[in-house]
Ligand binder design. Structure first.
Ligand SMILES: [Zn+2]
Length: 326
């Protein structure tokens, strides 16, 4: 049975209703990135129509709140389970496609932004890597990486996605300068210049005026777990928060770790900087007392058929993995 038929069957059987019942006082935090009609094979943006369908589903079955409401809505004051819509990166398509829908349905959300992207429209390294792979795959250009004298190319993998994920994981362990040089080299070879539109400070301020809680996604979107120097960690965390607060005249207590990677020293600096919500990635519902009280897990969503998006929201796939090991 195809994956789509499988998802549709389970959705029709009411599995999502059943799974939702187990959530009780738990908070479901959904992690979204781009909402756009554009296509990206390696990280497909959610289509605006899919996003609107997801919102309709959430409105029906959840009480959608902001992080700052957790304290007083948790523990039984809400009849429906709680959910938070948490966006990362600060793509301009949030402003163009997601914000109008959130305003239409009067829904709050959270968006964690990268200072350097808001300053000068910087493209995040993951987006640049996606652009390199999309271009190589579509134009059948040769793409080769060498790590410790071992070569990696599409010939070594079952699919372009497997090739991409393997290189992405290697880059997660690289220091910023080394990763930057490697991506620049490939961009030069393939002759591409990754152009994306990120929100500027004025657009971010406008979001904030429409019930979007603005948090930090660090200063540059470096891989935080690879940073050893305390002064660089301070810049990524404390300076990011300070600038967001000054520019938006607010006091943020939210940080989302890029690619879900962090370290004990980064967490300690964030706590010192007043962070109450340290956002990780993980297929988990947040129950009070199950983890340190400032740590929250988010379920990652990308474009998929609606039945799959909903089953993912209800953690169907991760539960299935636990039961049958698929
Ligand atoms: Zn990010």
């Amino acid at each position: 049975m195809s994956k789509l038929l499988f998802a549709k069957l389970f959705y029709t059987l009411g599995v999502s209703n059943f799974l939702r019942k187990n959530k009780r006082d738990g908070i479901t935090i959904l992690n979204l990135h781009r909402v756009s009609p554009e296509e990206d094979y390696f990280w497909n943006p959610m289509k605006p129509a899919s996003f609107e369908s997801l919102l309709k589903y959430l409105i029906k079955h959840y009480n959608i709140i902001q992080f700052k409401e957790i304290e007083y809505t948790r523990n039984g004051s809400s009849k429906k389970p709680l959910a938070i819509l948490s966006f990362d990166d600060g793509y301009k398509d949030f402003y163009e496609y997601a914000l109008p829908l959130l305003v239409k349905y009067k829904l709050p959300s959270n968006h964690n932004i990268v200072n350097e992207c808001a300053h000068h429209n910087k493209a995040i390294w993951t987006q640049r890597l996606n652009a390199v792979f999309n271009s190589a795959m579509n134009d059948k250009q040769s793409l080769e990486f060498v790590f410790e004298k071992t070569k990696f190319s599409i010939k070594d993998f079952k699919s372009w996605m497997a090739f991409y994920l393997s290189i992405f994981k290697k880059m997660l362990n690289m220091a910023d300068a080394e990763r930057e040089e490697l991506i620049s080299q490939k961009e030069h070879l393939i002759k591409i210049n990754c152009k994306v539109e990120m929100m500027n400070w004025a657009e971010i301020a406008e979001c904030a005026s429409h019930k979007v809680e603005i948090g930090s996604h660090t200063f540059s979107h470096d891989v935080i777990s690879t940073i050893k120097q305390p002064e660089i960690l301070e810049k990524e965390i404390t300076s990011s928060i300070k600038e967001i607060n000054e520019r938006l005249n607010q006091s943020t207590d939210i940080i989302a770790w890029p690619n879900g990677q962090t370290s004990n020293s980064a967490e300690a600096i964030a706590l010192q900087a007043g962070i109450k919500y340290s956002l990780h990635v993980g297929e988990k519902i947040n129950f009070s007392g199950e983890q340190p009280q400032n740590i929250f897990y988010r379920i990652n969503l990308v474009e998929e058929p609606l039945s799959s998006i909903i089953l993912r929201t209800e953690l169907f796939y991760s539960k299935l993995k636990n039961y049958v090991g698929v």
